[in-house]
Design a protein around this ligand. Structure first.
Ligand SMILES: [Zn+2]
Length: 365
């Protein structure tokens, strides 16, 4: 073949390669039954609605607009994230003074809520790509949980606690304890995810639920104390009252009770595969326990955010006086440190997951 023909052919094939790189992704494939996906992806009593593994990342991104057994899980947290952000921007827009150090715990709380909602939506949207992606994305989901726990702890500590609670022994070790339990939740959930295979033993739930419950009990303690000692009088506003009003403070108390109620319902549906255990294969796309868990957790976050905004309005003027500038700065500085520690832990677990997957023969079903 003459040299000019070879040059033409090679330039043609390069052109085709470039074109295929920019070609639109193939349409998402139909969902498949549980037997067609790796064992790791199968959920108890969920028989269908799975997306096949091994497609391009773009297929999983586009599956946002497809109906499958993760659709509600993705949309519930993605939409909640947008509402949380919009509500926060509305507060900032209407705030009569510049946001200063006193608003830092609130900003970190909103950041933490957005982090957990985004990580969760991303994990549920993209996890079917491969077993390694499944592990790594859910480890990231646990980082989000840890970050959210600490964001809640900061906000409850600075905005929702009463003076009487601040005198207790729990208050003295509250923030370091919350950070430690947050990290422990992330590490323990990652460990349980990687260590145990289906059919999951009870120990897996113990590893997930014990640190999470301990962290929740600690993080909610300022609110629980306030609810238990509620007398109907306005909360401690340090005498200043801020730009808030007494009516708003009373509303905050009811909203705090509601956030606990929604969290308990969420925890119930997280712990038990209800209602799908009573109707195997009939709650695949709509109505299984994890979706209900997501919805109640989303409601918990929205109500909690509203309660914290009201507490912030009632107490922001006196916050620096009550806690001191150094405590505020120190507590908030520990937030990025915790994020980094949990990210490193999740990264280490991804590395171990990769080693584990490479060390075993390929799974057939
Ligand atoms: Zn989830």
């Amino acid at each position: 073949m003459p040299r000019w023909a070879l040059v033409c052919l090679s330039s043609l094939s390069m052109h085709r390669r470039r074109l295929s790189a920019f070609s639109p992704p193939p349409p998402p494939q139909a969902t498949v039954p549980a037997k067609d996906v790796p064992v790791l992806f199968r959920e108890p009593f969920i028989h269908g609605g799975y997306r096949p593994a091994g497609q391009r990342w773009s297929c999983y991104l586009l599956s946002l607009f497809q109906v499958h057994n993760e659709s509600v899980n993705v949309w519930s947290h993605a939409l909640t994230g947008l509402v949380v952000l919009a509500r926060f921007l509305l507060l900032v827009g209407a705030w009569p003074a510049p946001f200063d150090l006193t608003a830092l715990p609130l900003c970190l709380y909103v950041t933490s809520a957005l982090t957990y909602l985004t990580c969760s939506a991303a994990a549920h949207l993209l996890q079917s790509r491969s077993e390694l992606a499944h592990y790594c994305l859910f480890f990231l989901d646990y980082v989000g949980v840890c970050v959210y726990q600490y964001g809640c702890a900061l906000a409850h500590y600075f905005y929702s606690a009463e003076p009487a609670w601040r005198q207790t022994a729990v208050a003295a070790g509250f923030l370091p304890g919350a950070a430690l339990l947050g990290w422990l939740t992330c590490a323990s959930c990652c460990f349980a995810k990687l260590r145990y295979r289906r059919p999951y033993p009870l120990r897996r739930k113990v590893f997930q639920l014990v640190p999470t419950s301990l962290a929740y009990l600690l993080d909610i303690s300022p609110v629980a104390h306030r609810l238990a000692n509620a007398t109907g009088s306005p909360p401690d506003a340090g005498g200043g009252g801020g730009v808030g009003d007494v009516g708003a403070a009373d509303d905050a108390l009811a909203l705090h009770a509601l956030q606990i109620f929604f969290f308990l319902l969420a925890a119930l549906f997280f712990s038990c595969p209800v209602p799908e255990c009573f109707f195997p294969g009939r709650c695949d796309v709509l109505g299984h326990g994890h979706q209900i868990f997501h919805l109640f957790l989303a409601l918990c976050t929205l109500v909690q955010q509203e309660a914290l905004f009201r507490d912030f309005r009632a107490r922001w003027r006196t916050l620096e006086l009550v806690h001191g500038r150094d405590t505020l700065v120190g507590a908030c500085a520990s937030f990025p440190t915790l994020v980094l520690c949990s990210l490193l832990t999740a990264g280490l677990m991804c590395w171990r997951a990769n080693r584990k997957l490479n060390a075993r023969p390929k799974e057939r079903s």
